[in-house]
Ligand binder design. Structure first.
Ligand SMILES: [Fe+2]
Ligand SMILES: [Fe+2]
Length: 264
């Protein structure tokens, strides 16, 4: 069984880039289930219904969350829809719509997918993700699902490495997201958990992690706020990770994927 995971799809250029690359990767890698991080889908902040429909039609089965998921009004309807396919971060403090974890039945497979936020260098008030994963794994019997997958949306590689070691052998894969830069540390840990610190994003290359470079340089130079401008055209990168699981449910292979496309 193979899972293809796309890192943060960022803005229109990111959506278009995924639309170009996804059919190629489907043909080449034949994934059984496709998951994508939806933190930045609609102009960098969360995801609206229209863009959810667009990406679902391309073949993405499940959407995980991030620090921007709840910034958009429309998020509530997506997160509360009867057939949940969009998650919010599980460990946000307080009451929020939707769910941060769910068992998805897709193509005869049952997948426990969990969306968590990290705490190091992050502003959001969130509960400890290490304690959160324990509470989730206690809640379900392992016979209830075939594979457990975590998206840990976090800034620090240290937190993501520690988390992967902490859950080794208890979840089947940990995909790091949020930094937008793909890390070259993909591996399968001794007890069979596939992990990567950051899958990398899908968006504009000539930018600062997806945002107009002039705006961000000016922000660093002067300390002034920046306008969230996302380049719409030009070179774009699609970053993903493919994990193959054996019959014993342990990860067999993990492969980093990265492809460049020009969006006109
Ligand atoms: Fe994020
Ligand atoms: Fe992001």
């Amino acid at each position: 069984m193979k899972i293809l995971f796309f890192g943060d799809i960022d803005g229109k250029i990111g959506r278009k880039a995924v639309a170009k690359i996804l059919p190629r990767w489907q043909k080449k890698y034949r994934p059984d289930i496709i998951i994508a991080n939806a933190d930045n889908v609609t102009h960098g902040r969360g995801m609206n219904q229209k863009h959810f429909d667009y990406l679902s039609e391309l073949g993405i089965d499940i959407f995980t969350a991030g620090d921007h998921t709840l910034e958009r009004k429309e998020a509530e309807a997506l997160l509360n829809s009867s057939e949940i396919v969009v998650l919010r971060p599980f460990n946000l403090e307080g009451d929020f719509p939707g769910r941060g974890e769910a068992i998805f039945s897709i193509r005869k497979k049952k997948l426990l997918v969990i969306s968590l936020l990290g705490r190091v260098f992050m502003d959001e008030p969130v509960n400890n993700p290490f304690q959160a994963i324990d509470s989730i794994l206690d809640k379900y019997k392992s016979s209830e699902y075939d594979l457990a997958i975590v998206d840990l949306h976090a800034e620090a590689t240290s937190e993501k490495h520690a988390f992967a070691w902490y859950v080794d052998g208890r979840v089947n894969a940990v995909f790091g997201t949020h930094t937008h830069v793909q890390t070259a540390d993909e591996r399968i840990l001794p007890k069979g958990t596939a992990a990567i610190s950051d899958v990398g994003f899908c968006g504009a290359i000539d930018s600062v992690i997806g945002v107009d470079k002039k705006e961000i340089i000016n922000h660093f130079l002067t300390g002034k706020n920046f306008v969230l401008k996302i380049p719409e055209f030009g070179p774009a990168q699609v970053n993903g990770v493919l994990v193959e699981f054996g019959k014993n449910k342990l990860a067999k292979k993990i492969k980093r994927l990265q492809e460049k496309v020009i969006i006109k």
